[in-house]
Every structure is written in C-alpha cells, then in structure tokens.
Design a protein. Structure first.
Ligand code: NAP
Length: 352
C-alpha cells in the first residue's frame, strides 16, 4: 500500500481549484494520483500536467483519500458528504459547512487542534471547512493578539477584490474598465448589482431577506468567533467590494481586554507564523494588495493606537485572497491532516 494519496480536486478549472493543483505540486504533497473535477461543461477537457476533467457521478467519486472542494456551496452541499461517505476526507472552500457544529473550521496557524478533535479515530472520511477569505486573513493577525491580551470588540471595514467572487467577476471588472477607458458603453452588470469599475460597492456578498447585513458580513462575525473559540467577541463589519483584481485589504479596530501597545502588538505579530509586518509609514511602507498578491503570508501594518480608546488599536491587514484566503490554507489543512495521521490511504485504517 502506497503512503501517497489519491486526491480529488473539485472545481479544478476555477481560480482557487487551479491554484490548489499548483500548490499540491509546489509543496510536494504526497499524491499518487490527482483527479480534476468540474461541472458537466468542462468534463472531458484536458488540464495540462493534471489530466482529464471528470464530472461528478457516483462512479467517478469512489476511491479517494482526500477531496479538495472549491466549486461553490451547492456543489459542496450535494457532493462533499458523498465523498466523505465514500471514505475521503473533504476540505471544503465554500460556506456550506462552515458553521455546522460537527465540522471543524480551521486556519492552519490558528486552530489546527480542531482537526484532531473532529476527525481522530474516524475510520470513514469527514468534512473540514476552510474559512471565508476575509475572515481567514484577519484571524491569522488577531490570534497572537487574542492570546496575549484578549479581544473584546472588533470594528472591521473590508476592501475586497473582485477575484473573491470568481472568474466572471474579474472579467466584468476588466471589461467595464476597458469600455470606460475607451469611451464605450458598458454592458449591463451581470455579477454585481452596479458598475464595479471605478466604484466601491458597500454590498460584498448578498442580503438575505430581512437582514441588514450581507452574508459576507455575517461570515466575518460568526466565523471569527468560531475559529478563535470565543463567542463573546463583539464584531461590527462592513464589507465593501472595490475595483481591485486580487488581494483583500481590511481596516480593523481591535479593542483588547488587557492593555496592549502598538509596539507590543508589532512584536507579537513579528513572532507569529504566517505574518509579515510591513509598518514604516514614513517610508510609505504598509501592506498593499499589489505586494501581497502571489504570497502566502498575511501582511499587517499601520499599527497604531486608536485615539478614541485607550485599549484599542487600528491596523491594516492585507492578503492574497486566492492564496491564504483559500487555496494555501486548504493545502495547509491537507498537510496537517497528513502530519496528524488523519487521512487513511485506501484500505488502511486512520491512526487512532
Ligand atoms: N475566490 C476567492 O477568493 C475564494 C476565497 C475563499 C473561498 N472561495 C470559494 O471557492 C469556490 C470557488 O471560487 P473560485 O473563485 O475558484 O470560482 P471560479 O473561478 O468561478 O470557479 C468555480 C469552479 O467551480 C466549478 N463548478 C461550478 N459549478 C459546478 C458544478 N455544478 N459541479 C462541479 N463543479 C462546478 C467550475 O467548473 P466549470 O469551469 O466547469 O464551470 C469551476 O471549476 C467558491 O465556493 C468560493 O466561495 C473563493
């Protein structure tokens, strides 16, 4: 029996899926076979260095050790449990399973212990959820602060890139920008409710009937508490879509229970895994979407005392939403599952 795994990547033709395929290779995850899945539209297409795209059927999903999903909530709702039932551990990028009590919601640098709690001893598969991209990058930066000083309240404003909505949103921004720069009429928006080019939409995600917050704002509130394991943290969030192709930026006001100076916060963040502190405003050094793109770290800067509160700090947190916000963390979870003996190669029992 090979120690290497048979891995399904569902959503392999998408932005996150193709990056997960690349990262599995680059990070030398032990695979003996990777099978790409996408919608019926793409079935039969050849993906360079990977293989032929499969459609999801009861037959094609059999025999996997691990399945990495990035194909939207409804695909995950229908197919993630079927992969798990067939024996695979599923790492899911969609929001479908994140708030289920029995599903761990894991950020590699923050709560890796949640994996073992949920999956240890399971002889079958299971589902692990990858958090929302805005939440993911923020909690990496908040974890060391929460451990040292306790977080009481967060006030968050996001500046989210269009790649967070999918490939069609990137095309919409580029098409609109091209049209406007060439004095042409723009086509009616298909992805967003308004023109995104040269605009800022206080409407990232969607409004459920009767809710005055978007689902993206609710995710920031609920997922932050679940990942940090502290339902008492008060969170206020405004999520804004901006005409940036890639890289989410966030202005975060962090009110702590214990006093914490900006220099103390900088030291904590410098020592924490997965974080680059870029904080020298005099030299115009602070995190930028253009600098973060292509990197796996979360970048933090503009760390300063909130003049309005003696126990609050303001900071600016930026990351590549397709990498740390999605694909990198999914592959890091796969690495943790492997290291903790929580994936059973076909025919072999998982470590007890
Ligand atoms: N973009 C981000 O920053 C980010 C961050 C965190 C989480 N996520 C999540 O990751 C997922 C994908 O995001 P993305 O940006 O990669 O989107 P994308 O570029 O639009 O790709 C979507 C992928 O899903 C596949 N798909 C769509 N419908 C399907 C179906 N019925 N059955 C099987 N496959 C289907 C598509 O296949 P076809 O090519 O055949 O249509 C494609 O491979 C979403 O759940 C999103 O919420 C994204």
């Amino acid at each position: 029996m090979s120690e290497d795994y048979r891995v399904a990547v569902v959503g392999a033709t998408g932005q996150v899926g193709s990056l997960m395929l690349q990262l599995l290779r680059e990070r030398e995850f032990p695979v003996r076979e990777v099978v790409p899945f996408a919608s019926e539209r793409s079935a039969g297409r050849d993906l360079e260095r990977v293989g032929t795209v499969q459609a999801l059927t009861e037959d094609t999903i059999q025999g996997f050790d691990l399945a990495l999903f990035s194909a939207g909530g409804s695909t995950s709702g229908e197919w993630a449990p079927r992969f798990a039932q067939a024996g695979a551990v599923v790492v899911d990028n969609s929001s479908r399973w994140r708030m289920s009590d029995e599903v761990p919601l894991v950020v590699a640098e923050v709560n890796p212990e949640a994996l073992a709690r949920a999956l240890q001893g399971a002889s079958h598969g299971g589902i692990v959820a990858n958090p929302n991209c805005s939440t993911m990058q923020m909690v990496v930066a908040l974890k060391p602060i929460h451990d040292a000083a306790g977080i009481e309240r967060l006030v968050i404003s996001t500046y989210q890139a269009v790649s967070g909505t999918g490939k069609k949103a990137v095309d919409e921004l580029l098409d609109q920008s091209h049209a406007l720069l060439h004095d042409m009429e723009i086509a009616p928006p298909q992805v967003y409710p308004h023109q995104i080019a040269f605009n800022a939409l206080p409407h990232a995600g969607s409004f459920a009937p009767g809710d005055d917050h978007t689902d993206e704002e609710r995710k920031l509130i609920d997922e932050t508490r679940k990942i940090l394991g502290d339902p008492s943290i008060r969170v206020s969030a405004t999520c804004v879509r901006v005409p940036v192709v890639n890289g989410h930026s966030e202005a975060v006001n962090v009110q702590t229970r214990e006093p914490l100076s900006p220099e103390g916060a900088r030291e904590l963040l410098r020592a924490a895994p997965g974080i680059t502190v870029a904080d020298d405003p005099d030299a115009a050094l602070y995190p930028l979407a253009t600098l973060a793109t292509g990197h796996d770290d979360v970048f933090v800067g503009r760390i300063r005392r909130d003049p309005g509160h003696e126990r609050a700090l303001d900071m600016w947190i930026v990351a590549d939403n397709l990498r740390k916000g999605a694909a990198t963390n999914a592959v890091q979870i796969a690495e943790l599952l492997h290291a903790q003996g929580l994936i059973a190669p076909r025919g072999a029992p998982a470590a007890a």
